[in-house]
Design a protein around this ligand. Structure first.
Ligand code: GLN
Length: 532
């Protein structure tokens, strides 16, 4: 029988429920269980695709093309597994399906209500995730903070599921926060008590309290939390702030959370070998050198908007015993200050993006990196601006552009292809998810991958315009990967440069701590070679 672990959050948002859930997955998997993870986002959006990275951080794209919240990225990285459709649930998806069934007459004249119809659908989806993945444990993160109106149907579905299943099949882990009073230097438990009360109002008693805290918890305080929140003392787990999220599984193991959770679920577990993970965390903490990389983007004020890229850089850095220091450069600053804004970086990365704002700054960054011989990695929009920059600088097409930014350009080097038709709707209309690509033999990209065929994840509408392929190739911007039918250009590289690569896809979504993405490793290595 599969087991269900629910992770709820109290007091404030942003405590790291996603990382905790991912860490539980990592630990239980290391103990030999077949684990899957599921994120519930209690908002009405059908997926995260239409959401502003300013508000929510990056849109993470799964292999099967789902546009999800960034927590799914944490899950994939901590589990080392590809996740997808069954692992992500929003209120929008739940309601969409229930309403579709209502329109279809499937409810046979009954009144359609939150309880039982919405809660039934939630339970169906959760059980469905277990079936689809064949997991024996699923950890489900309920987004938001307990007490939020949006979260109530999920808490109710949890409560029902717990009643339908044997007691030992469902466990609830509640992540809470102990604020530190600066005046007295005390950690306070009252907000935690209140958030547990809130859970109980929904009929749920947590089995574990994970208390996020800025300093160590004094022993007496564990007793107090245990007493007031009605959990065994050993089930009060301290989660002190750490320098890296990758330390969380190790800290939770130190607290015995995995062993206690397995016991609570009546499961056996193997010894749990985390040596490789420890090795990674050790390399992250003890770099031998540092390299500075500049990221030029629109949303640089909010680093979560580029979370997977940052993580991929850190994975690559750890593999090379290198601390990757990121300098954030707003693209409009490059527009204002020119190349000076790009001084002092060993490499330049232009990430994905949409919309016209700051685009000329990104084109300038791509142009400068090529002219100055600075290693360059252009991701999605970053490849498109590299193409535009090359057209202007090397081909002399001064008004070359993407039709996304200048529909009237005489040289639409990036364009919507005719077979895409006229796309107008915003949600779900992009090329998304994994596509195979064939790497051109003898290219830098070929050396980087050491493979002729790769599968990478996409999320974009516009494409390299095949009409100009010859012109670019002969002037020195070489298509280095193509779609299997040979029609789409999936990557380009500059032949007169040591490391200048643009990829139409998003390699960052595939990078994992224990298997860093070759493109990021190659890029960081090239930055090191150029002298940090
Ligand atoms: N805006 C570009 C497009 O739609 C690039 C998208 C991206 O960088 N993810 O093609």
């Amino acid at each position: 029988m599969p087991k269900y672990v629910f992770v709820t959050g109290g007091v404030v948002s942003g405590l790291g429920k996603g990382v905790l859930t991912a860490s539980l997955g990592c630990l239980l998997q290391a103990r030999g269980r077949r684990v899957t993870l599921m994120k519930i986002d209690p908002y009405l959006n059908v997926d995260a695709g239409t959401m502003n990275p300013y508000e929510h951080g990056e849109v993470f794209v799964t292999r099967d093309g789902l546009e999800t919240d960034l927590d799914i990225g944490h899950y994939e990285r901590f589990l080392g597994q590809d996740l997808g459709e069954p692992n992500y649930l929003t209120t929008g998806r739940v309601y969409r399906d229930v309403i579709a069934r209502e329109r279809n007459g499937d409810y046979l004249g009954h009144t359609v209500q939150v309880i039982p119809h919405i809660t039934d659908e939630i339970k169906r989806r959760i059980r469905g995730a277990v079936e689809a993945t064949g997991a024996d444990v699923v950890a489900v993160e309920v987004g938001g903070t307990v007490g939020d109106i949006e979260g109530l149907p999920y808490l109710e579905a949890m409560r029902q599921l717990r009643d339908e299943l044997p007691r030992s099949d469902v466990a609830v882990v509640h992540l809470s926060y102990l604020p530190l009073l600066s005046t007295t230097g005390e950690l306070k438990t009252k907000p935690t008590q209140h958030s547990v009360k809130e859970l109980r109002t929904a009929g749920i008693q947590p089995d574990f309290i994970v208390a996020r805290c800025p300093t160590a918890i004094p022993p007496g305080l564990r007793d107090k939390i245990a007493l007031f929140c009605d959990v065994p003392r050993g089930h009060v787990i301290a989660a002190q702030d750490l320098p890296t999220i990758y330390g969380v599984p190790l800290a939770m193991r130190e607290e015995g959370l995995d062993t206690k959770l397995l016991a609570r679920l009546g499961l056996e577990g193997g010894d749990g070998d985390l040596a490789a993970w420890e090795g990674f965390v050790g390399r992250l903490a003890n770099p031998e050198r540092t390299v500075r990389i500049g990221i030029v983007g629109k949303y640089v004020e909010l680093h979560d908007a580029y979370l997977s890229i940052l993580e991929a850089l850190h994975h690559a850095g750890a593999a090379l015993a290198t601390r990757v220091e990121v300098g954030w450069i707003p693209s409009d600053r490059v527009e204002g200050e020119g190349e000076r804004a790009l001084d002092g970086f060993a490499g330049i990365l232009v990430p994905g993006g949409f919309g016209e704002r700051g685009i000329e700054g990104k084109v300038l960054a791509a142009s400068y990196a090529r002219r100055a011989g600075i290693p360059y990695l252009g991701i999605c929009l970053g490849m498109q601006v590299a193409t535009i920059a090359f057209a202007r600088d090397a081909l002399g097409w001064k008004r070359a552009n993407s039709t996304e930014f200048d529909p009237q350009t005489p040289h639409p080097v990036i364009d919507l292809l005719p077979e895409q038709g006229g796309v107008t709707a915003k949600g779900g209309t992009m090329r998304r998810g994994e596509y195979r690509a064939e790497v051109v033999p003898g290219t830098l990209l070929h050396r980087v991958y050491g493979a002729r065929e790769v599968g990478e994840r996409h999320r974009h509408r516009y494409e390299f315009n095949p009409r100009y392929r010859e012109a670019f190739s002969s002037a020195g911007l070489l298509p280095s990967a193509l779609s299997p039918d040979g029609l789409l250009v999936e990557a380009v590289e500059a032949t007169d440069h040591a490391w200048y690569v643009g990829v139409q896809y998003h390699p960052e979504f595939r990078s994992r701590p224990l298997s860093p993405h070759p493109l990021f490793v190659g890029f960081v290595r090239a930055c090191l070679d150029r002298g940090g």
